[in-house]
Design a protein around this ligand. Structure first.
Ligand code: COA
Length: 300
């Protein structure tokens, strides 16, 4: 098991809710919040998956509850908050909006309902859940305020093949992060995001890059290694913790610098030779030009 660099009690007496927390990255986020002392609620659509997740969290000594429903339904989100209120009191300290949907589809084959479905899970779901949770977040007794962390992506920074729907949805999520940070700061609610890059062992890798692990790894500048669910969870723990007490409205990219990757036009081993060669000439031209400017009679 990887060891957290954070103190194990930083979320003691805190309540956290992680949507999409019954599997994948969301589950690891829930687990790490729990291992740092929080009581954790995970929401999801499938009761059997929720039951398995709650049992696994319990086995790690975490007080956990599963909340069945769908973030696309405002009524679901409100019911979850009511249920938490009855169980653990009125305050919610950490909300992680992690529920998301995605698949590969060319734009011409993507149906309007396919586009709408992903927009509704990611963007509307983030809004529905945050809106429903707002009174409980305001009621947080956490001295450094309550925190929302929205799980985003990097595919919308430029454009990503076969991801028109998810790119639009995650751009909307990033926008919601900034808007809520602006509007809810006065109530002590911080709102941030985490944008994961390629993370090993996730539905995202299986669905979005099937059979392309090596190719993906070759585009990750940081040691050509994929991220781990743990890396994303640690970023969430940081943003929800007092260490980020003055951080709001930002989305932290956790991707080993992969979204910036471009093919090298010149290989590392050839950079100096190529550069000095070109610069040698241009320096002579530059000096000659400067000399000519200072001395109009120069024959150079
Ligand atoms: N390619 C193209 N269109 C697809 C598709 C695919 N692989 N999968 C679903 N769709 C379309 C459907 O055809 C449907 O559109 P239509 O009514 O015009 O035919 C629309 O999307 C909704 O599909 P449906 O299966 O009814 O939606 P759902 O709400 O049951 O499931 C998904 C939502 C499709 C996002 C599903 O993949 C899901 O639940 N994902 C959650 C897990 C996940 O994706 N995590 C993120 C990993 S990166």
């Amino acid at each position: 098991m990887m060891e957290s660099p954070f103190k194990s009690d930083i979320f003691m007496n805190r309540v956290a809710l992680v949507t999409g927390g019954s599997s994948g990255i969301g589950f690891e986020i829930a687990r790490q919040l729990g291992l740092h002392g929080a009581r954790v609620a995970v929401s999801g659509r499938r009761q059997d998956v929720l039951d398995t997740a709650v049992a696994a969290l319990g086995a790690d000594g975490i007080t956990a509850v599963g909340l069945q429903g769908d973030v696309r339904s405002a009524a679901s989100c409100e019911a979850w908050i009511d249920s938490l209120k009855q169980r653990w009191g009125p305050g919610l300290d950490v909300l992680v909006n992690c529920a998301a949907g995605n698949f590969l589809a060319t734009a011409e084959e993507l149906s309007p309902n396919g586009f709408k479905t992903v927009m509704e899970i990611d963007a509307l779901g983030t809004f529905n859940m945050s809106r429903a949770a707002f009174p409980a977040l305001r009621a947080s007794r956490c001295p450094h305020g309550a925190a929302i962390v929205n799980i985003s992506a990097t595919l919308q920074y430029g454009a990503t093949w076969w991801q028109a729907h998810a790119s639009a949805a995650k751009a909307a999520v990033d926008s919601i992060t900034r808007s809520l940070a602006l509007e809810w700061g006065e109530f002590g609610v911080r709102v941030n995001g985490v944008a994961p890059g390629p993370i090993e062992g996730t539905a995202g890798m299986a669905k979005l890059a099937p059979g392309a692990k090596e190719m993906v790894q070759s585009t990750i500048p940081l040691r050509n290694q994929m991220g781990r669910k743990f890396d994303i969870a640690m970023a969430v723990v940081f943003l929800a913790s007092p260490a980020a007490a003055f951080v709001s409205g930002d989305t932290l990219v956790v991707d080993g610098a992969s979204w910036m990757w471009r093919p090298q036009l010149v290989e590392r081993s050839g950079v100096s030779k190529a550069s000095r060669g070109v610069e040698g000439k241009s320096r002579a031209v530059g000096l000659a030009a400067a000399g000519a400017a200072n001395n109009p009679t120069s024959k150079l």
